[in-house]
Design a protein around this ligand. Sequence first.
Ligand SMILES: [Zn+2]
Length: 154
Amino acid sequence: MRYVSTAGARLDCVFCAALAAGDDRRALIVERGKLAFLILNAFPYASGHLMAALNRHGCSLEDATSAELTETMELTQRAVRALRATYHPDGFNVGVNLGGVAGAGVPDHLHVHVVPRWEGDTSFMPVIGETKVLPETLETTHDRLSAALRSLSA
Ligand SMILES: [Zn+2]
């Protein structure tokens, strides 16, 4: 079942475009919920960098409904579970950037970053300002995490 058509969707927005693309593997979507979805970051800080995003474009944190917030956090929880089972990280950064000035790459589409972290992985962090060399392709990460999410209970 698909949940694509959302009021206010904009195809110049990477999240709206991903939801509407019709090819979740290519769009890097690993799981869809009713009000939110999980998508791989196309420019990850580390392998497995996921984002739990609202379906609704232009919805701020202040305006999100309880149901939207609940589902976004439930997807964040599932992301952590799937990443822990698949990549065995030592920790996570989980967070929200509000506004471009705060580092939001897609400021009009609310999303929670989930970044797995390992001891001694600081060279992967963007503060270094260099292209990150990742140990696997996004397609491989998509396949591994999709399988992990399917194996989690709903
Ligand atoms: Zn959007």
